[in-house]
Design a binder for this molecule. Structure first.
Ligand SMILES: CC(C)N1CCN(Cc2ccc(Cn3ccc4ccc(-c5n[nH]c(N)c5C#N)cc43)cc2)CC1
Length: 273
């Protein structure tokens, strides 16, 4: 998979080089290009914003730099000679060979997905992460100010599959944090990304239930003891206890998730809180 991120604060995306994402890049599972939108401006002040038509507070991001940046970045999956890409770990120069997936996708005519974090976006879910993990080229447009001129979104539909997404019902100052969240949620689902794929199976939101509580040594910590069943060695009882804990936790914290589950998933046994 290739991921490109365009932002006026490219350093915001530096955390992608850490931990698993960094390892995935080094392993060639993931190619990440971080781009400064100002590289596609033509004036001395590298201007990316202007006052809003119709008046109102704040500034709006100009369309032309975005259109030029997106056009160049869309080609990246198929070409390695484009300047402006400050590719992260695993390939610091611009001559990085395009990833097979990226090239194949471009040749196969698969459009890159343009993900535009926005307060007006559709809620981003685990199902979206799973879906996007199957794509070859994701491009993130990280806006700032009052947002990006709407005509960019309308224009981009020709070369991209455009998705406006929101990571939650709270207000951020820009799209970079959302891009980091979405990239982490997606990248960890790329085959080979997580050391132990088993750890992806019983996860919150994967099957509609929150995960069970976890414990480690010591068995008695400041008078708080580990539930006895977990020390019993009875794997069937442990599995049943964990399942019950997931149901109890979900009912307490996210009853809305229970409503979406098929009856057979709710287990006839007595687990109600
Ligand atoms: C002046 C007056 C009337 N109002 C002023 C606030 N306006 C809404 C408004 C609010 C903040 C921003 C800042 N911003 C710029 C790009 C950008 C991308 C994502 C997000 C974002 N916020 N929350 C999320 N879950 C997000 C995601 N994903 C925020 C972004 C942009 C726009 C509405 C108008």
């Amino acid at each position: 998979m290739r991921i490109d991120v365009i932002s006026i604060f490219p350093d915001y995306l530096a955390p992608l080089e850490l931990s698993l994402t960094g390892k995935a890049m080094a392993a060639g599972l993931l190619d990440v290009g971080i781009h400064d939108l100002r590289d596609w401006t033509n004036d001395r002040h590298r201007t990316v914003d202007d006052t809003p038509y119709g008046g109102g507070a704040g500034m709006v991001m100009k369309p032309e730099p975005w259109a030029q940046a997106l056009t160049d970045v869309a080609d990246l999956a198929g070409r390695a000679d484009l300047a402006g890409a400050s590719d992260l770990a695993g390939s610091s120069d611009d001559t990085q060979a395009p990833t097979a997936s990226g090239t194949d996708a471009a040749e196969a005519g698969e459009k890159p997905v343009l993900i535009v974090p926005s307060p007006a976006g559709a809620p981003f879910t685990q199902a979206d992460a799973r879906r996007l993990a199957g794509r070859s080229h994701l491009v993130f447009a990280c806006g700032r100010y009052e947002g990006i001129d709407q005509r960019v979104i309308d224009w981009a539909g020709g070369d991209f599959e455009v998705e406006l997404v929101s990571i939650g019902d709270y207000v951020l100052n820009g799209g970079e944090v959302a891009a980091l969240v979405i990239i982490e949620a997606v990248a960890r689902l790329i085959p080979g990304f997580m050391g132990n794929p088993e750890s992806l199976v019983e996860e919150s939101y994967e099957d509609g239930l929150l995960e069970y509580p976890v414990y480690t040594k010591p068995a008695d910590w400041r008078g708080h003891e580990v539930p006895e069943v977990l020390l019993s060695g009875n794997h069937a009882a442990i599995a049943r206890w964990r399942r019950d804990q997931r149901l109890i936790r979900t009912q307490r914290t996210r009853p809305d998730l229970l409503a979406d589950l098929p009856d057979e998933a709710l287990d006839a046994r007595d687990w109600q809180v």
